[in-house]
Design a protein around this ligand. Structure first.
Ligand SMILES: [Zn+2]
Ligand SMILES: [Zn+2]
Length: 215
């Protein structure tokens, strides 16, 4: 299905539907940036996502609606103790998020509290740290569903692999964190840009530069 165009020829926000492999979890969200163009080959994405890495999309955090299986989403309470001061706090059944700018927003706690894995970066080295991002999984089949980062609480990043809606086919791939992948993990065929660390563009900037941002 192509990106929907409205009468004014502007792109309309795109509803994405997703699920885990066993079918216990289903969810929907709205996205301005639905093109699965960016492949991250860092060790976290390779180990958690399988094979050469993970592709995540950009979505609107507030629009995430878990339509089935909230209780199935994996909960790892041991990581909550590592959260730095920017961590969400509970208030009246919702999470109150305060950003560096001082602005804040509330998100229903059922969507975001304690259903996550905060990955460990540089595990076993002097630079070891717990990531600010949280990956959410189905506790039955371990499908990686989405990533949320308290540094950008208004955004949510569903993994393309968990999305069932047909997505636009990217003309090019942007392969990031390639410096940390083993040689055997071959990058996709076709047009691509390859980055040792990250590319210049955020997911939003890339979509805007390619005229694919869905207003
Ligand atoms: Zn599942
Ligand atoms: Zn990664």
């Amino acid at each position: 299905m192509p990106i929907q165009h409205s009468k004014s020829n502007r792109l309309t926000p795109r509803k994405l539907e997703g699920s885990c492999q066993c079918g216990s979890v289903e969810f929907t969200l709205q996205s301005h940036t639905p093109v699965p163009y960016q492949l991250c080959t860092c060790s976290i994405c390779r180990k958690l996502g399988g094979y050469i890495g993970a592709v995540n999309l950009g979505g609107i955090a507030e629009s995430l609606h878990i339509t089935k299986g909230k209780d199935m989403i994996k909960y790892d309470p041991t990581h909550s103790v590592h959260l730095p001061p920017l961590a969400p706090t509970r208030a009246c059944g919702s999470i109150h998020l305060t950003r560096n700018s001082g602005t804040s927003m509330s998100i229903p706690s059922t969507d975001f509290v304690s259903r996550k894995y905060s990955a460990i970066k540089n595990r076993g080295t002097a630079d070891e740290e717990v990531c600010s991002s949280e990956r959410n999984f189905c506790s039955n089949c371990s499908t990686m569903l989405w990533l949320w980062d308290r540094q950008w609480p208004e955004l949510i990043h569903p993994f393309a692999s968990a999305i069932d809606t047909e997505l636009p086919v990217p003309d090019e791939m942007v392969c990031v964190m390639v410096g940390s992948k083993p040689a055997w993990a071959r990058l996709p065929e076709g047009k691509k840009s390859v980055h040792e660390l990250y590319g210049e563009d955020s997911i939003e900037q890339w979509h805007k530069r390619h005229g694919l941002f869905v207003e």
